[in-house]
Design a binder for this molecule. Structure first.
Ligand SMILES: *Cc1c(COP(=O)(O)O)cnc(C)c1O
Length: 866
């Protein structure tokens, strides 16, 4: 018989073990190995069965065992130590508090919105890199003491689980998770006397006068609360209960409902949370990818409703405190909705233009925020950019690609001037580094530094023999895991025990191990390694210097092309002559990923450049002393230094895709044969691969400090959150007088701009053949269309000039206002010639105001017509 419905009953803990409850529900256990060990000690066998889930082990352990533990002095000492450690972690001032004490102008509160969060496999609320990045962001924010609140949705089935059919085709399963059995608590209203009140229900209006309701679960990620909205409650109509059923599961209609709930409902959940906890409202809202971007519209509505601001003023106020991060370098990766769908969900009744979902907002104004060149299409990334004063990509290269990709929103500007910066992603060391490395780091650096993940470079000082022993231990652990998983996979594919003796011999703990694991969109090129199957076979089967290869990854359920690629790898790996040296492991997730990052000697990545925005798996490998073998894309483009791994030469620019794949695959094989393998297998008298170990040490030293999520979160704190908070704060006083001023300025500038013109530019001071550094004097006559000289900045722009008169390597110099005549206002500058060769200049006019983050912000520029 199958159960109709499942629910979870929590065990009653003996009084003396009460501390296990907070230790099991605060997800800090997921990156704190002593707490992990404590739960494992309850019942090691059961711990494996419940897949390392503290809440489950407490629910399923025999009550008699708990009574025994309640009088076991060793267990109790460990328990008390873990409880005291958690208490200390949650209360002691951290980096952020120390900065504030020193007077650093940091934000007093940040809300971080994302459609997915990967914190631990116990809470499978993610599909891949974006979600895991968001999880690492929360963990590092907790370690550093940021006053940050995470906001997202709780999916009943999360993303799918993957298995293989007999012939190697991907099969998908959607196990349902009961929130009662997860490490979550409900957000409740405060009753005033400190006790829990009724559960908070967030309401969002739906078309046809219906209401979508959601309860709010809180996952405690160390010091950081993560609010997760859940629509699966009896109060909702059946179809609305399903809004949070799956991650990336439905059609556009389903998706827009999810995004409305995450963005608009998410802000309402934040308000309920701060109200219940007596906290101040966040100053900064961080939109992690466009999906949650509706949050800005809700904050505009709040201001219009509560303070009577007009739309433009509210928009100015909201933009100041919003940070937008874009994660995709391809237009196809961006969420776009037909305008009609936006009208249906936001719009009012026939003939009325005020939004019913967000009263006070005109639907046409909403549509304008997400407009793109193609009429009738609403672009979530464009809205994200319109609603934020600060935006960034996730690696230096991706920042550059994003500036070009969104250039159309800044007509008249060179891509380099588009105001999108970059913060390179990072990974959370205590989550992703094997405990062996954490122990070594703790020994070398000390616990204080490790908490903020500083000092990782000192791992270079580990003795080479110990370092190599650690690598061998971790590779051995991976081999055991590979054998366990390949056997389980074959049983699922219909094999019998009797046929599977060979799986005990799969992989060899002494063979160079290469890992390739990631989602399977086309650009990641899962099958590039199979380009020349015979050559790959020769590498795998080499008698003296073999390679073994572990591959994993999920294809989006709707992507049959991706599934065919997986099948191609599986079929290759199924061949009897190579199956001991290459495996495809189904169901890539965080718990599998850890073994791969710990144990692989080489981490392979061969995307089509520049389609990998950042990539983080290679960073996790590097933290464990894995060497990256990768196309120079995303993070690797900026962090490869020639000695910390290998760069696969890219045939970027070769238009014929098949030829490009051939060239890059050949380069990959050659690197393996000529450089990677010899280094790994060259041993000294004691069996130590000295040159390899040297490379591992260099990797730990050069990449360790840069790939950390704590570095990323510090960058966001200082370069994005702090200025955004200052800007938002600056607009508030005297009933938003700053916001009014900025909105009024914008209206004035936009109205005047068509009449702003550079009438004439003349130069003086140069001899016939000037030398570099010679002074050039420029004078420009500018019509300001009613604006004052203080409303604008006039710049002389100098640089190298190409065959089409394009300026590159430019330097911009502000020109001073020095009077006016019949032709217009006069601006002048004298500047040394910055470069030699063919040099050119122009003059441009930009809006300029102290409350702007960037003079390019409005996308307005005037330059002489050429
Ligand atoms: C880190 C990680 C990813 C992201 O890896 P990329 O290099 O960005 O592809 C995806 N899935 C899991 C389980 C991860 O741990």
């Amino acid at each position: 018989m199958k159960a109709l419905r499942r629910f979870t009953v929590r065990a009653h803990l003996p009084e003396r073990l009460a501390a296990l409850e907070p230790l099991s529900t605060n997800l800090r256990w997921s990156w704190h190995s002593p707490t992990h060990d404590l739960f494992a000690a309850i019942d090691p066998e059961l711990w494996t069965q419940v897949r390392h889930d503290p809440v489950r082990i407490l629910g399923e352990v025999d009550p008699g065992r708990l009574d025994d533990l309640a009088v076991d002095p060793v267990f109790l000492a460990d328990l008390d130590r873990a409880a005291a450690d958690l208490d200390d972690y949650l209360t002691r001032p951290r980096w952020y508090q120390n900065q504030l004490d020193r007077g650093a102008p940091l934000a007093t509160g940040i809300a971080y919105f994302s459609m997915e969060f990967g914190v631990t496999e116990v809470l499978p609320n993610y599909s891949g890199g974006l979600g895991i990045l968001a999880g690492d962001h929360l963990k590092a924010a907790s370690d550093l003491g940021l006053p940050l609140i995470g906001v997202g949705l709780l999916y009943r089935s999360g993303y799918f689980r993957q298995s293989l059919t007999e012939d190697g085709w991907q099969a998908e399963h959607y196990p349902a998770h009961d929130p009662q059995g997860l490490p979550l608590r409900l957000l409740t209203e405060s009753t005033g006397d400190g006790g829990p009140g009724a559960p908070v229900l967030v309401h969002v209006a739906m078309p046809g006068g219906r209401i979508l309701r959601a309860r709010v679960w809180i996952a405690q990620v160390g010091r950081v609360p993560l609010l997760l909205l859940d629509s699966d409650i009896a109060e909702n109509d059946p179809d609305l209960r399903a809004v949070t059923d799956r991650l990336y599961g439905g059609d556009q209609d389903h998706r827009i409902k999810q995004e409305i709930l995450a963005g608009i409902g998410g802000v309402r959940a934040v308000r309920a949370y701060t109200r219940a906890h007596g906290l101040a409202d966040p100053e900064v809202f961080h939109t992690n990818e466009g999906h949650a971007g509706f949050l800005g519209l809700e904050r505009i509505r709040e201001l219009i409703t509560s303070t009577g601001l007009d739309f433009d003023t509210a928009l100015a106020a909201v933009r100041a405190g919003t940070v937008f991060t874009t994660h995709t370098p391809v237009p196809a990766g961006i969420d776009r909705f037909p305008d009609d769908l936006i009208r249906r969900y936001f719009g009012g009744n026939e003939g009325e233009h005020e939004s019913t979902l967000l009263p006070g907002l005109a639907v046409d104004r909403i549509l304008a925020l997400g407009a793109e060149n193609e009429p009738g299409v609403f672009n979530m990334a464009h809205m994200g950019l319109s609603l934020s004063q600060r935006a960034n990509g996730v690696s230096k290269l991706h920042g550059e690609v994003s500036r070009a990709m969104f250039q159309s929103l800044w007509p008249g500007f060179d891509a380099a001037d588009v105001p999108i910066g970059s913060v390179t992603n990072g990974v959370h060391a205590p989550t992703w580094a094997a405990r062996e490395w954490m122990d070594l780091a703790r020994r070398l650096v000390g616990p204080e530094l490790l908490e903020e993940a500083r000092g990782w470079e000192r791992l270079r000082e580990v003795d080479p023999t110990e370092l190599w022993a650690t690598r061998n231990t971790l590779r051995g652990r991976l081999v055991t895991e590979v054998r366990r998983r390949i056997r389980a996979s074959w049983l699922e594919r219909g094999a019998t025990e009797a046929e599977l003796g060979w799986t005990a011999e799969v992989f060899d703990p002494s063979v160079l191990t290469v890992g390739f694991a990631r989602r399977v969109p086309t650009y990641k090129r899962l099958t590039l390694m199979l380009r020349d199957p015979e050559r790959l076979k020769a590498l795998l089967l080499d008698e003296t210097r073999p390679v073994q290869l572990v591959v994993a990854g999920k294809s989006h359920p709707a992507d049959d092309g991706g599934k065919a690629l997986i099948q191609q790898v599986v079929r290759f790996a199924d061949q009897h002559d190579v199956r001991h040296r290459i495996v495809f492991l189904p169901d890539y997730d965080m718990s599998m990923a850890q073994y791969l990052y710990w144990g692989c000697d080489v981490w392979l990545n061969n995307p089509l450049r520049p389609l990998e925005a950042c990539g983080t798996s290679g960073m996790k490998s590097a933290l464990n002393g894995g060497l990256n073998l990768s196309i120079r894309d995303g993070w690797w483009d900026e962090m490869f230094d020639g000695d910390n791994g290998w760069a696969i030469p890219t045939a970027d620019g070769v238009a014929d895709e098949a030829r490009r794949d051939d060239l890059e695959a050949t380069a990959l094989y050659e690197l393996l044969e000529r450089s990677v393998l010899p280094r790994f297998y060259d041993r000294d008298d004691t069996g130590l691969p000295t040159r390899w170990v040297e490379m591992v040490r260099h990797t730990l030293e050069s990449l360790g400090p840069k790939v950390l999520a704590s570095r990323m979160v510090r960058d966001y704190s200082v370069e994005y959150y702090a200025p955004a908070a200052a800007a938002a704060r600056g607009l508030l006083p005297d009933d938003f007088s700053g916001a009014r001023e900025l909105a009024e300025y914008r209206r004035r500038v936009e109205a005047a701009w068509p009449a702003v013109q550079v009438m004439e530019v003349d130069s003086a001071g140069l001899p016939d053949t000037p030398e570099i550094g010679a002074a050039l004097s420029l004078r420009a006559f500018v019509q300001l269309g009613g604006l004052t000289p203080e409303d604008v900045v006039v710049q002389a722009v100098l640089g190298r000039v190409g065959p089409n008169e394009d300026l590159t390597d430019v330097t911009a110099v502000s020109m001073a206002h020095s009077g006016s005549d019949g032709l217009g206002e006069i601006f002048t500058a004298t500047t040394p010639l910055p470069v030699s060769g063919s040099v050119g200049y122009t003059v441009r006019v930009l809006p300029h105001h102290g409350l702007l983050a960037n003079d390019a912000e409005f996308g307005l520029v005037a330059a002489p017509y050429v």
